[in-house]
Design a protein around this ligand. Structure first.
Ligand SMILES: O=CC(=O)O
Length: 339
């Protein structure tokens, strides 16, 4: 049992209800500025604290971990992905690390599905025509023709919680589900989805019309959609990425979109954010890609539930219990700690 209120540093603003609850439960310092803190700012803010509440915009690398004040024993990440944290270094330093999985699964899957629909059905283009170009194409037998989703094949890379939720939605749209994953999912998962498991990603890529990435960024998955693999995709197919930008070779993707080899891409994450590659912006102008601003899990509901999960993790840990979302070294490690 803790005798004092846990002292926590929160590196970004959180929904008001979560900040209010944290203020009653903990001695809370919030980064009011709400821009990503530097390592030095994080370290200065952590003096005398018990817990670092980090988010995916913080770079928690081995150097920062080595320099943490000894009072800090928990990194309670507000987020599902933890590729911004050097987990090996954290564990080696005896720290506990938690995240907030599950609560953003459905919202992220909704967004991936919306992006998947937006490409062949020219949703953004239709809006642009009315709004930017003030043009009315109107109904005609030949105007604004897209492509039907039903009957096409979707290849999901990473059939975890989010990948499975995407498959459920895609199934309702009549897509045939294929997936590549570290492990084959049980029949109880596969059968209702009519899902086909591939243990060879290269082979799957040649069979599907849309590839959607839903794997965490680890040492093994960095550029899992490499230039060579993009070349294995069917001509005229689509890429959807709401996961992490480093899962694909962005330059190689751009080249294949520019050449017309691939029909389109819908991206929520970008290698050089916030400076999005101008070639991607030009492709967006030409309605070849749909770009959103890392907002796949951005619903108020998800953010509040993520905040609640952080609170539960902190309280359990500080009371000497196992936090429900403790990360343990039983999964592939993130590739790097990155901003
Ligand atoms: O990208 C969002 C997350 O990992 O929570």
């Amino acid at each position: 049992m803790t005798l004092h209120k846990p002292k926590i540093l929160v590196t970004r603003r959180l929904p008001a209800s979560i900040e209010a609850r944290m203020a009653t439960l903990f001695e809370t310092d919030v980064n009011e500025g709400d821009v990503a803190l530097t390592s030095e700012d994080i370290l200065a803010g952590l003096a005398g604290k018990d817990v670092l509440v980090s988010t995916i915009t913080d770079r928690i690398d081995a150097d920062l971990i080595r320099r943490l004040p000894p009072s800090v024993r928990l990194i309670a990440q507000f987020g599902n992905g933890v590729d911004n944290i050097d987990l090996e270094a954290a564990w080696a330093a005896g720290l506990t690390v938690t995240n907030t999985p599950s609560v953003l699964t459905e919202d992220t899957a909704d967004m991936a599905t919306a992006l998947m629909l937006s490409l062949p059905r020219r949703l953004v283009e239709g809006t642009q025509m009315l709004l930017r170009d003030r043009q009315w194409a109107g109904w005609s037998p030949t105007s604004m023709l897209g492509h039907r989703l039903r009957g096409k094949a979707l290849g999901i890379v990473g059939m975890g919680r989010i990948g499975t939720a995407v498959a459920q939605r895609a199934r309702a749209f009549g897509l045939n589900i294929h997936y590549f994953s570290r492990q084959q999912r049980p029949l109880a998962v596969e059968t209702p989805l009519g899902a086909t498991y591939w243990d060879d990603l290269d082979a799957m890529l040649g069979e599907v019309d849309i590839v959607s990435l839903h794997t965490p960024l680890t040492r093994d998955t960095h550029h899992i959609l490499s230039a060579e693999r993009l070349d294995r995709m069917k001509p005229g197919s689509y890429v959807v990425n709401v996961s992490r930008p480093e899962l694909l070779d962005e330059t190689a993707l751009i080249e294949r979109l520019e050449s017309g080899r691939l029909a389109g891409a819908a991206l929520d994450v970008f290698e050089n954010r916030p400076d999005i590659n101008p070639r991607l912006l030009a492709l967006a102008e030409a309605n070849r890609v749909v770009l959103t601003a890392h907002m796949a899990s951005a619903t108020l509901e998800a953010r509040v539930e993520m905040g609640e999960a952080v609170i539960v993790n902190i309280r359990a840990f500080m009371d000497g219990h196992q936090p429900p979302h403790r990360l343990l070294p039983d999964r592939p490690l993130p590739r790097t700690a990155r901003a």
